[in-house]
Design a protein around this ligand. Sequence first.
Ligand SMILES: N[C@@H](CCC(=O)N[C@@H](CS)C(=O)NCC(=O)O)C(=O)O
Length: 189
Amino acid sequence: MPTLYTAERCPYAARARIALAEKGIAYEAVEIDLDDRPAWIYEKNATGRVPVYEEDEGLVLPESEVIMEYLEERYPEPALWPADPAERALGRLWLQRFDDRLGDAYYAARRGDGREALDERLAGLERALEAQAWLSGREFGLADIGYVPWVLRGLDRFGLELGPATADWLERCSERAGVAAERAVVSAL
Ligand SMILES: N[C@@H](CCC(=O)N[C@@H](CS)C(=O)NCC(=O)O)C(=O)O
């Protein structure tokens, strides 16, 4: 059985948790205390960060985006990228531009550097979700998994006000077992 080195409070680890749940892959979760990380985690990931995904056969994989893409290739069903290459490329662009489109503003707000940028990024998400059902295109997929952990944490932490299209997207995301489980994790943090 694979192992996920994870931390409940970590939204990057949440990406891996949700992708594993969507793929129906059983795994052992090893919770890492981010305030007192064991020295051995640096042997698995030189940056000392979670998530790290490990298989019995010896594969040790850090980086949430790389883990998600690996799971998608290794376990193609159910598919978490659309079949259409252009749609898939645009989904990947959401992941690649995550810092610009949400992450940097989220962490700035968390540091107390103001909410304006975060509200602007949320307006950008709203415009995108007015134009298409999912960040991944016509179906739920890795781009949605890539963003939803921050939106869930932002609701709890900052009382984010979501536009109607984003609120509807979040409700539809939450119908998925992996996202529903992550919602429960966030509300217990
Ligand atoms: N680029 C990494 C980021 C992972 C990350 O920043 N994880 C945080 C917790 S949310 C962490 O382990 N922080 C500990 C540290 O930075 O030392 C990914 O996508 O997996």
